[in-house]
Ligand binder design. Structure first.
Ligand code: ASP
Length: 331
């Protein structure tokens, strides 16, 4: 055996015992997934996207037989986390659960380092999540029409929180302010998880956030709920009127969530991820946990990669017009 053959033989022996990372010829053939998957949530822990991401991740982990580890990368309306996803290896071991902000980012951020459509593979849409208008528990305002009157009177002296420019809480507040002719002062967070803690602590006046984060707090009385952003009232919060009923005709926002991966997944990996997502959306445990938060998973036809891609394309255009009209910009 010459020196080269000897080196190859010992390297192969080391690879077989796992001593040479990336030199295990067997790993190339290993079926996906053969190691844990990182699920990036581009918002702080404890918020609505984090909650949905963890529920879906848990179920997919059971289906795929591998751990799904959530990593929270909040900031700049989710664009920091999504930039990380766009630049990750397209091998299925990095995915993201994010929301409607994927469609608003191109109109808001001039220096976005990725293309929201071309730099991602769509795995599937998860749910359309209702939002609620809420305030700190001691705001002396009794109902939604009174809250709107209060906003008009207070203007910049009223404070509201959002999870960064382009986030669902920001969009909802932007629409609300433009519909009521008000201009409140914003307080920015890396996600509405930490914002909710501060709302409970009465650090600012109000917020518009997904039912995922607000339902339990409204019920516990740690914050006040005024209205929902859906066209119909919600079963889980039946006392809250729609904003339409409260006087803002036609007001509607749903913070839809979806799963993406970096562009260029091998077809079999993409198919496995989508199948595991579909299984999660039919998983009774997931359905029950989501229902307790006012959320219903989308139907299977809306959860396909193709349906998500066309939904995103439509949303990018729709929000582009709204954002241009509102003159909003990212930081
Ligand atoms: N609910 C946040 C938003 O307003 C994001 C989050 O923390 O999940 O977009």
């Amino acid at each position: 055996m010459n020196a080269r053959q000897l080196l190859l033989k010992s390297l192969l022996a080391m690879a077989a015992t796992g001593l040479v990372a990336g030199f295990n010829p067997a790993s190339a053939q290993q079926p996906f997934p053969s190691r844990p998957i990182t699920l990036i949530v581009p918002a702080a822990a404890g918020g609505p996207t984090d909650a949905v991401g963890r529920m879906i991740g848990d179920s997919m982990s059971t289906t795929l037989g591998q751990q799904v580890i959530v990593e929270n990368i909040g900031g700049a309306g989710g664009t920091i986390g999504m930039a990380r996803v766009a630049k990750s290896a397209a091998d299925g071991y990095t995915v993201a659960v994010w929301h409607i902000a994927q469609s608003t980012a191109p109109s808001l951020y001039d220096n976005l380092r990725y293309n929201v459509i071309d730099d991602f593979d769509s795995i599937g849409r998860i749910a359309d999540v209702p939002m609620t208008l809420v305030s700190k528990s001691d705001l002396a305002v009794k109902d939604a029409p009174a809250l709107i009157a209060w906003m008009k009177e207070k203007q910049g002296a009223a404070t509201y929180a959002h999870a960064g420019i382009g986030s669902a809480s920001h969009l909802c507040a932007l629409l609300l302010m433009s519909a009521t002719g008000t201009k409140m002062t914003a307080v920015s967070y890396r996600g509405t998880g930490p914002a909710m803690n501060d709302l409970i602590g009465k650090q600012f006046d109000m917020m518009c956030d997904q039912t995922t984060g607000t339902t339990a707090q409204i019920k516990a009385g740690t914050i006040k709920g005024y209205a929902v952003t859906t066209p119909k009232r919600l079963k889980i919060l039946p006392d809250l009127p729609t904003l339409d009923e409260a006087g803002i005709k036609g007001f509607e926002v749903a913070a839809w969530h979806a799963m993406w991966a970096p562009k260029g997944l091998p077809a079999d990996v993409a198919a496995k991820l989508n199948a595991a997502l579909l299984t999660a959306l039919k998983d009774q445990k997931v359905i029950d946990r989501l229902a307790a938060l006012g959320i219903e998973p989308v139907s299977a036809d809306k959860a396909t990669p193709e349906a998500l891609k066309s939904h995103l394309t439509i949303e990018v255009e729709k929000w582009g017009k709204v954002i241009k009209a509102a003159g909003a910009k990212g930081e």
